[in-house]
Design a protein around this ligand. Structure first.
Ligand code: AMP
Ligand code: FES
Ligand code: ZN
Length: 298
């Protein structure tokens, strides 16, 4: 790990990653041992590793898998669900499975097509639906915390995009912890300081079977482009990604970044249909989208 000037053998690496995770959980005050955690698991290396680490650290963590109905490529959804179920069964863990098509009558690619969002690509609709469903289920099932497997590469790419566009509301909300509000569980990203490479190494060394394929729609996406750009930067300047992200968190914490702090957060109101806080007038974006697509069917 060039950025830390550190090299470890397998045995110590498998201790180091959970130790570091425990340090981040404490530093950012993510959750305590008596809280109930819902881990969003996609069947990929990051979220399965996250679940593995939290259990190793003695936390009470159940899983949530969202069936998106993406049957392109190797039948992406089917395969990722199978691997998630196998992981849960082999470690004796509780897994909730929620299928978007069963809940809303249509799989993600169809919702995307009918809602005419995202210029022919379902990724934006998928992201919106995943966030909405994770929040809804965490709230309905009474979890204190919702944990996702976002790693440093994911976070740095989002930060890069938000910075290029100076999206101040998004920048304000980006970080390892998003505090809970009435009707929304706290959201945490315990792996946000690990490079993607580090999580791949952890998953492989731990013998975790995960889905290697990316979502078939990810090809050519904006976030992949940002990740590649940041990788070039990282090659020339090892540690650049980590510094980019950590210095952002520092600047935000010190209050130097934005003066009109919390303006956007103060303008949230509950969506009349699902009750989740939203900043859009009337219904939240997800409910508006579903209503529109459902009215197109009938
Ligand atoms: P992505 O949005 O695909 O980059 O994934 C980011 C995080 O969202 C993952 O690490 C998971 O924690 C969560 N996630 C993604 N897809 C799913 C899914 N189908 N079911 C549950 N959680 C998911
Ligand atoms: Fe949702 Fe690719 S479109 S994971
Ligand atoms: Zn809503």
């Amino acid at each position: 790990m060039r950025q830390h000037k550190l090299a470890l053998c397998k045995e110590h690496y498998l201790e180091w990653i959970p130790e570091q995770t425990a340090r981040f959980i404490k530093k950012y005050e993510m959750f305590a041992h008596d809280e109930k955690i819902l881990v969003a698991v996609s069947g990929g290396k990051d979220s399965l590793s996250l679940w593995h680490i939290l259990i190793k650290l003695g936390y009470q963590a159940d899983g949530l898998y969202l069936g998106l109905g993406i049957d392109e490529g190797i039948n992406y959804s089917h395969e990722s669900q199978r691997l998630t179920e196998e992981f849960a069964a082999s470690h004796n863990l509780k897994l909730h499975i929620v299928d978007i098509e069963k809940e809303y009558g249509q799989p993600i690619p169809v919702i995307a097509e009918r809602s005419h969002r995202g210029h022919g690509k379902p990724c934006a609709v998928c992201g919106l639906a995943k966030r909405h469903e994770m929040n809804r289920i965490a709230r309905d099932l009474g979890y204190d915390v919702l944990a996702t497997g976002h790693n440093l590469d994911d976070e740095a790419a989002v930060l890069f995009g938000n910075t290029l566009n100076w999206s101040s509301e998004y920048l304000l909300r980006q970080g390892p912890v998003l505090p809970g509000t009435a009707g929304l569980a706290r959201k945490v990203k315990p792996l946000c300081r690990f490079y993607e490479r580090e999580m791949t190494a952890y998953a492989i060394m731990s013998g975790i079977e995960y889905i290697y394929e990316e979502c078939p729609f990810a090809d050519g996406s904006q976030s992949i482009f940002y990740k590649e750009s940041l990788n070039q930067l990282e090659t020339a300047r090892p540690g650049a990604k980590l510094i980019f992200y950590l210095n952002f968190l520092e600047a935000k914490k010190s209050g130097k970044l934005f003066l009109e702090k919390n303006v956007e957060l103060a303008n949230l109101h509950p969506c009349p249909r699902c009750g989740q806080p939203t900043s859009t007038p009337d219904q939240c974006s997800f409910c508006r989208m579903i209503e529109k697509t459902q009215s197109e069917t009938g």
